[in-house]
Write a protein that binds this ligand. Structure first.
Ligand SMILES: [Zn+2]
Ligand SMILES: [Zn+2]
Length: 168
């Protein structure tokens, strides 16, 4: 199966082993893709585990879980990624200040409350315990593309009606 992150690779050579814990993300873009994949398959634990410690608030799991229930994630487009290895990051101590953290700029397409939306964000990543973690992000733009009805063409491009496809 092609990976849900849109890489055009097989999921077994892309996000699936990272989310399942048999491989680690070597660069920020891999962590970004694996987190999108986790939103798509609603893997709440992986999403919570890949937040930086500063983001791990008490009710994080409940919040992530609720957000996963409400949304259907359809597509990810990566525009720009400052990909460096974990080793290089540690050597350069880039985590000295947030403005030097490596970033990934992306647009994600999703459905929430029957509204087909797109959101663009610049995310920052850091390394903790030798693993890439999502540190924070700035939303660049959020657009409501289309209010879907039961008989709308599903925006996931399956060719099916929304009610027979991605409607929650
Ligand atoms: Zn992937
Ligand atoms: Zn669909």
């Amino acid at each position: 199966m092609l990976c849900l992150c849109g890489s055009k690779q097989n999921e077994n050579a892309c996000c699936k082993p990272i989310v399942e814990g048999s491989r680690v993300a070597n660069v920020p873009e891999q962590l970004m893709r694996s987190r999108f994949y986790s939103y798509a398959v609603k893997n709440v634990d992986y999403l919570c585990n890949t937040y930086a410690s500063a983001q791990k608030v008490a009710n994080l799991k409940a919040e992530v879980s609720a957000w996963c229930q409400q949304t259907q994630w359809l597509k990810l487009v990566i525009h720009n990624a400052k990909n460096i290895s974990r080793e290089e990051f540690m050597q350069r101590s880039l985590n000295a200040q947030p403005s030097t953290l490596p970033t990934v700029t992306f647009t994600a397409f999703f459905i929430v409350d029957d509204m087909y939306c797109q959101m663009s964000e610049k995310s920052r990543f850091t390394v903790e315990d030798n693993q890439w973690r999502y540190e924070s992000g700035d939303i660049i733009e959020q657009v409501e593309i289309e209010k879907l009805t039961r008989n709308s063409q599903c925006p996931c491009e399956s060719g099916k009606k929304y009610k027979r496809c991605c409607m929650i």
